[in-house]
Ligand binder design. Structure first.
Ligand SMILES: C=C(O[C@@H]1C=C(C(=O)O)C=C[C@H]1O)C(=O)O
Length: 185
């Protein structure tokens, strides 16, 4: 049972005291992260790390209304700007939602998910929330491994939101690498 007390504290607004001012616009911009990065670099690529059926973590499963152990399509990618990874993104789609209108998920490949999400007027984005992950959290180490070569700060800030299409949910989480701050504000 994943109790209310065990649920994580995702914040609607990045705390001013602990989030670097230059990172705040990245955590709060409700538009496409792909578009925001593309506007600030010359060469943009999506590097797919994995995309397969697997068990989401407890917090993801709870948010998506999945039972413990239920499988979902999980896609992990790096967003790369001018050769440097700036975002580690993880998208979770409940298996039963794939039969619905989320079939875009399957064939997306190395194209950015955001380009499809923001092109379909039927898709609505729920509010963003953010969290600071530190070394006590397994996700911190997953991000560090994906960003191998970039030293991470003691706390990595991530954001997440649910995209709804005909009432069916897709959860997108994005963690920001230090290199994001080298892009123009
Ligand atoms: C949701 C967006 O799509 C981006 C691209 C992703 C992908 O290709 O898997 C995942 C999350 C985002 O960082 C966006 O651009 O805002």
């Amino acid at each position: 049972m994943y109790t209310r007390l065990q649920r994580e504290t995702w914040l609607r607004h990045p705390p001013r005291a602990t989030v670097p001012a230059a990172l705040r616009p990245w955590l709060t911009d409700p538009g496409s992260l792909t578009a925001r990065i593309r506007a600030r670099c010359t060469d943009f690529r999506v590097r797919v790390i994995s995309q397969r059926l697997k068990r989401p973590n407890r917090d993801e499963a709870w948010l998506l209304g999945l039972r413990a152990g239920e499988l979902a399509w999980v896609r992990e990618v790096l967003l790369v700007a001018d050769g440097r990874a700036v975002v580690f993104a993880r998208s979770v789609l409940p298996r039963h939602n794939l039969r619905g209108a989320w079939n875009l998920f399957h064939g997306i490949g190395a194209r950015p998910l955001g380009a499809a999400l923001f092109a379909d007027p039927r898709i609505e984005r729920q509010p963003l929330a953010c969290i600071g992950l530190d070394r006590r959290d397994a996700r911190y180490h997953r991000i560090a491994a994906a960003l191998a070569g970039q030293g991470l700060p003691s706390r990595v800030w991530a954001r997440r939101s649910v995209f709804l299409l005909n009432g069916r949910a897709l959860l997108v989480s994005e963690a920001f690498a230090p290199a994001i701050l080298d892009l123009p504000a």
